[in-house]
Design a protein around this ligand. Structure first.
Ligand SMILES: [Zn+2]
Length: 253
C-alpha cells in the first residue's frame, strides 16, 4: 500500500493512498488544495475519493474545491454529515467500503468530536486515526468525556500490534516531552523520544508510528498500566480516572 505523506497548513498531515499504477489516489483529510494539487498534477494522478475523519476545517476545508476539480467522492462520519462539505457517503461503526482495491472498516471514535471516525485497512494493517490518536498523544476532548475517549482509544489499542498508524497532526515533539513528564522511568519511551527528536532534527516525518510503539510509550494508551498509575499516585483509580488526569495535565502542559 503506497501512502504519500503531505504535510499541510501549520502542522496537519494529509495522506494520499495511491493505486498500484499511479493513476489515481484517495486522500485522507486533504484540507489544503494548494498544497495537494501541485503534487497530483506533477505526477498525473487523479483524485477518486476523499476520506474525512471529522468535520474540523483543518481536515475538510479542501473538500469542495477538490470535488469540483476532480469529481471525487467524499466520505465522512454519519454523525457529522451536516458539517462535512460535499459529503456523498456517510459512514457508521462497522461499515465496510472499498478504497482503491483495499477493504476498509470504519470505527466510530468519539471524544475529540462527537462523530469522529477512523479508517482501518484490515488486510494491510494500516489505520488513519485523524485527531483521535497522535504519536505519543491523543486529541483534545472538545466533544467528549474521558470515558468516551478512553473507550475510543481502546478500539485502536485492540488492533494488531504491527498496525501502522497515520495521524492528523505533527505534535510528536511536544507529546514526547509531555509523555516523559508523566513516565520518565519508561526506558522504551526514553528511546522513542530520542528517535523522535532525531527525526525532527533531520526534517523527517514522525509518522507512521506503530501500535506496538504507542502501547509501549503513549501515556494515553497506558492509563491502566501500573507504572503510570504509580507515577501519578493513582494506584487505586480506574483507567478512566487516570486517563482524565493525564488529559488534564496535557491541556495545561
Ligand atoms: Zn480536529
Amino acid at each position: 500500500m503506497k501512502v504519500k505523506i503531505i504535510p499541510i497548513l501549520s502542522d496537519n498531515y494529509s495522506y494520499l493512498i495511491i493505486d498500484k499504477e499511479n493513476k489515481f489516489c484517495s486522500a485522507v483529510d486533504p484540507a489544503s488544495p494548494e498544497e495537494i494539487i501541485p503534487f497530483l498534477e506533477k505526477e498525473k494522478i487523479g483524485l477518486k475519493n476523499i476520506l474525512n475523519t471529522h468535520y474540523h476545517s483543518d481536515h475538510t476545508a479542501g473538500n469542495l474545491e477538490l470535488k469540483d476539480k476532480f469529481k471525487c467522492k467524499i466520505y465522512g462520519p454519519d454523525k457529522e454529515k451536516d458539517q462535512i462539505p460535499g459529503i456523498d457517503v456517510a459512514l457508521k461503526e462497522n461499515d465496510t467500503l472499498k478504497i482503491n482495491d483495499y477493504s476498509v472498516k470504519i470505527f466510530e471514535t468519539p471524544g475529540h468530536t462527537a462523530g469522529h471516525i477512523i479508517y482501518w485497512f484490515e488486510k494491510e494493517k494500516v489505520v488513519f486515526t485523524g485527531d483521535t490518536l497522535f504519536v505519543l498523544g491523543c486529541g483534545k476532548l472538545f466533544e467528549g468525556t474521558p470515558e468516551i475517549m478512553w473507550n475510543s482509544l481502546l478500539k485502536i489499542r485492540n488492533l494488531p500490534k504491527k498496525t501502522q498508524i497515520y495521524c492528523g497532526h505533527e505534535y510528536s515533539k511536544n507529546n514526547a516531552d509531555f509523555a516523559l513528564s508523566v513516565e520518565k522511568n519508561n526506558n522504551k519511551l526514553i528511546e522513542r523520544s530520542d528517535e523522535i527528536n532525531k527525526l525532527i532534527n533531520e526534517n523527517s516525518f514522525t509518522v507512521p508510528t506503530t501500535l506496538e510503539k504507542e502501547i509501549e510509550c503513549n501515556p494515553f494508551l497506558r492509563a491502566d498500566v501500573d507504572n503510570i498509575k504509580k507515577n501519578l499516585e493513582m494506584e487505586n483509580a480506574s483507567p478512566v480516572e487516570v486517563f482524565g488526569e493525564i488529559r488534564t495535565k496535557k491541556d495545561i502542559f
